[in-house]
Each structure stands twice: as structure tokens, then as C-alpha cells.
Design a protein around this ligand. Structure first.
Ligand code: 13P
Length: 252
């Protein structure tokens, strides 16, 4: 059975002190909780990853990176490799976030390389994609999403999907307060699963967790997560407050 996942993408927020505090609060909040097949992940900035890993040991909280470079090592000033993440105990990396695509020019082709590097290093990948508002207005959202998935992931064999989580994040819903309706999310998630099934068969399609991201809040999480093909959320703003994040985790 595929897992439910609630992952907090902290983006460029929380210094060292705030990281310690928030990790502690989240740890505590889920300690006695029956998480009901739900994994809980936080993704702090690179500089605070080691601290977050250390401080979430012996707890149910997992730690992910927000990005990584595709090369093993070398002259790439300012970059971080899969190996470096692994060496501090990180097991999961977010790739393809729309902010990486928009502000740092990450293309599907580059993301395919990053996915390969992550998987080769036995890191789990949370792969993000999603259409922009203009795509949806033009009725092109499925074509855009299908293209993003095919271009970055369809060179992989079926076995690779054991280490892949998909995160549908419509760009128009990120940080805007405007959420996809539960029906819009379900429709797209069902389409994504159908796309996976056409390429890899039902077993793979049914085993991959598909998260929704974009203005998920305590007030709307339950309804979105109640949809059959929505296996959790990738949470931005609301993951920065322990209380809100906890309310979203327990929405399952
Ligand atoms: P918000 O929840 O702030 O809209 O951000 C979503 C997101 O980008 C998670 O990766």
C-alpha cells in the first residue's frame, strides 16, 4: 500500500535557531500520535540540514533537502552533491520545484540528470511539477504536466519508482492563498496515475505516492487529502508553524 506523506518545504526560511525550535516542536507534536500510514518530512535549507537530521533522530520525523547538483563532485562553486547529502544522513531530496524552474532556469532535461544522480546515490526523490495559470486558462494543464513527467522521468525503469514520490504543484496555487479545489486536485492526480499506468502498468501507478502542493492549510487539508488519488501534501507557508503543520499531518 502506498504511503501518505506530509512534507514541509521550508524554502529559504528559518535560521539555525529557528530550525532547532521548529524541529523540536514538530517532533514533540507527532510523538504520541498514531500517524496512520503517514510519513512526516521537513526540508530545511542546506546549512541547517545536518542539525535537523541530528535533532530528528529516534523520532518519526524525516529530513529532506530542497535541491542538489547533478554532478558527483568538482568545480561547481556553491553547489551540493547527492553524496554530501547522504553523508550527513539525508535520505530524500526535492527536485523540480517550480521556484527552481522559474528562478534558476532548471529544465526538464537538467532535472532528468538530477533525478538520475539522486537515484544512483540511493536518495529518494520528491519530484515536483505543475502548470502555470496561463496553461490552465488555455486548458493545457494535462499536456504540460504530462510533458514534465515524461521528459524528466520516463527514461527510468519501473523499479526506480520505489524511490520516487510525485508532487503536483500548480504554480498558480503556490504561495497565493488560492488552492486547487479538491476536485481539480483529484482530476489531475488521477490523470497522473493514468499516465504512469500507460507507461509502467497499474502496479507501478498504484504504488507511487502523489502529493498535492499549493496553499494547503489546516482549513483545507482534510478535504484535499480525502480524495482517492491524493496521498498527501507538499506544504510551504503552513509548514513554518508547528501548530498548522501538525493540523495538516493529522488531517488524514
Ligand atoms: P505554499 O504552501 O506556501 O503555497 O507552497 C507550496 C509549495 O511550494 C511547497 O513546495
Amino acid at each position: 500500500m502506498r504511503k501518505n506523506i506530509v512534507a514541509g518545504n521550508w524554502k529559504m526560511n528559518n535560521d539555525l535557531k529557528a530550525t532547532r525550535k521548529l524541529v523540536k516542536q514538530i517532533r514533540k507534536s507527532i510523538k504520541g500520535e498514531d500517524l496512520n500510514n503517514t510519513r512526516v518530512i521537513v526540508a530545511p535549507t542546506f546549512v541547517n540540514l545536518a542539525t535537523a537530521v541530528k535533532r530528528s533522530k529516534k523520532s518519526k520525523l524525516e529530513v529532506a533537502a530542497q535541491n542538489m547538483h547533478q554532478a558527483t563532485n568538482g568545480a561547481y562553486t556553491g553547489e551540493i552533491s547527492a553524496d554530501m547529502l547522504k553523508s550527513i544522513g539525508v535520505k530524500t531530496v526535492i527536485l523540480g520545484h517550480s521556484e527552481r524552474r522559474a528562478y534558476f532556469g532548471e529544465t526538464d532535461a537538467l532535472l532528468a540528470e538530477k533525478v538520475n544522480a539522486a537515484l544512483a546515490n540511493k536518495l529518494e526523490v520528491i519530484f515536483c511539477f505543475g502548470e502555470e495559470l496561463a496553461d490552465r486558462k488555455a486548458g493545457n494543464e494535462e499536456a504540460v504536466v504530462e510533458g514534465q513527467i515524461k521528459n524528466a522521468l520516463f527514461h527510468l525503469d519501473a523499479n526506480a519508482y520505489k524511490n520516487i514520490v510525485l508532487a503536483y504543484e500548480p504554480v498558480w496555487a503556490i504561495g497565493t492563498g488560492e488552492t486547487a479545489s479538491p476536485e481539480q486536485a483529484q482530476d489531475m492526480h488521477a490523470f497522473i496515475r493514468k499516465t504512469l499506468s500507460a507507461k509502467y502498468g497499474n502496479d507501478v501507478a498504484d504504488s507511487v505516492s502523489i502529493l498535492y502542493g499549493g496553499s494547503v492549510k489546516p482549513a483545507n487539508a482534510k478535504e484535499i487529502f480525502s480524495k482517492a488519488d491524493v496521498d498527501g501534501g507538499l506544504i510551504g507557508g503552513a509548514s513554518l508553524k508547528a501548530e498548522d503543520f501538525h493540523a495538516i499531518i493529522t488531517a488524514f
